[in-house]
Design a protein around this ligand. Structure first.
Ligand SMILES: Cc1ncc(COP(=O)(O)O)c(C=O)c1O
Length: 419
């Protein structure tokens, strides 16, 4: 077996460019960010060749909430491999049933039923299929600048820049500005099957909505007979300091979609969880949706271990303590960097560093990289650099991250000549 880092950097990049994606290889070359994941452990990743170490503050949007190669998650997979494999997606499955039961206990309200998928986009597609199938209606409303994946219906909810090369959008999809209840009210009608939002839209730079927003959204949905689908792919599993981000709001959606972190960074798994009354659609159409690997049995105990860990009260307390460290840290940074820093958008450890203009996000990404942090700007609001550290870091690592950001903010402001 060939292990990581046995080749030269040039060969790895060249092979990637030739067989995977030349455009990506060129982009990262242009930024001098040809980082190749090598050793990884907890919050850290090392370049396979140079040994450069980064603290992972991107976490693939939450995949590494529990850090890299978390020992409990690795153990769950090892145990699982002793007995299980993919299983059969048509038949009754003990593993999927157990995992769905665990989710039912942890989900808000009567969100008791689950269909499993592999990735977030697939799970969003299923949520929209369910809303349309159950209501017999067509229209789906999403947020401008929101992001739910690059698969069929998920792509159709997103911004034009991601859809344009593939022809006209599917009919029935409408986008509205996020966190604006009046515009949503106007856009809703009796043909609306669903409203779908990320609790806090990550690709839009983590705008935290008004405390009453989701209560009002839910009320409009109920009145119009539309399902409220909440995408917790990034905000779920403790990221915001509660198990589900939507628990910060006075609303229980009809459908919650989760993914990313449910994998434990080890075995892909996503889930579309919905209120019991919508199960009627699957009772009448039991074979309407198929995913060969969705809820693969070998991955179910891994996801169960993620849920056990992420729902522990001490774990959530830890996330909230860390959130306080970042809040205080940024209060200081705000005093130090008024020429570039506008503020920290924050709910728990769902954080976006808001800066003064669109050049700041991309340059901050590079500056963070040079200062030992992996963090990417928000593609749909380039003023913002996303900040998603693993939830398992300790306070010294949090301090190290804040120190790195301090330096990176200075580098970026200097580079831009901000006064
Ligand atoms: C909020 C949100 N929803 C859905 C998705 C799609 O997930 P996947 O890439 O696993 O299809 C993403 C991916 O970044 C996401 O951030």
């Amino acid at each position: 077996m060939k292990h990581i880092g046995q080749d030269t950097k040039e060969n790895i990049v060249q092979r990637f460019a030739e067989y995977v994606n030349p455009g990506k290889a060129e982009t990262f070359k242009a930024y001098d960010m040809q980082f190749v994941f090598g050793r990884r452990d907890g919050p850290y990743v090392w370049d396979a060749l140079s040994g450069k170490r980064l603290i992972n503050c991107h976490c693939n949007g939450g995949v590494f909430n529990l850090g890299h190669r978390n020992p409990k998650i690795i153990q769950a997979l090892k145990d699982s491999l002793d007995e299980l494999d993919i299983g059969n997606h048509h038949l009754v499955s003990e593993q999927r049933a157990l995992l769905a039961e665990k989710l039912a206990r942890l989900m808000p309200g009567d969100i008791d039923c689950t269909v499993f998928g592999v990735g977030g986009g697939e799970a969003v597609d299923l949520a929209i299929k369910l809303a349309r199938g159950y209501t017999g209606k067509f229209k789906v409303i999403s947020a401008l600048g929101g992001y739910h994946g690059h698969t069929g219906f998920a792509l159709a909810t997103g911004d034009e820049q991601y859809r344009a090369p593939f022809g006209p959008n599917l009919p029935g999809f409408v986008q509205v500005p996020f966190n604006n209840i009046d515009v949503l009210r106007q856009a809703m009608d009796d043909k609306t099957a669903a409203v779908i939002f990320e609790t806090i839209p990550a690709t839009l730079g983590m705008p935290v909505p008004h405390p009453d927003y989701y209560r009002q959204v839910q009320e409009i949905c109920r009145r119009r007979g539309a399902l409220l689908i909440i995408d917790e792919v990034q905000t779920g599993l403790g990221r915001t300091g509660k198990l589900w981000g939507i628990e910060h709001y006075d609303a229980v959606p009809d459908v919650i979609v989760i993914g990313k972190g449910l994998s434990g960074g080890i075995y892909p798994m996503s889930a579309t969880c919905f209120r019991r009354e919508y199960m009627e659609f699957f009772r009448q159409n039991p074979f309407i949706h198929v995913s060969t690997y969705g809820g693969a049995e070998v991955g179910c105990p891994v996801a169960a271990a993620v849920l056990d860990e992420s729902s522990r009260p001490e774990f959530l307390t830890h996330v909230n303590d860390l959130a306080g460290v970042f809040k205080d840290g940024f209060a200081e940074l705000l005093k130090k960097h008024p020429r570039i820093l506008v503020g920290l958008r924050q709910l728990g450890l769902m954080m976006g560093i808001e800066m003064v203009n669109d050049d700041c996000g991309p340059l901050m990404t590079k500056a963070c990289y040079e200062r030992g942090l992996l963090a990417f700007y928000a593609n749909n609001d380039k003023r913002v650099c996303q900040l998603l550290p693993p939830l398992i870091i300790d306070k010294p690592v949090a301090a190290e991250i804040i120190e790195g950001i301090d330096l990176a903010l200075k580098d970026t402001a200097d580079f831009l000549g901000l006064k």
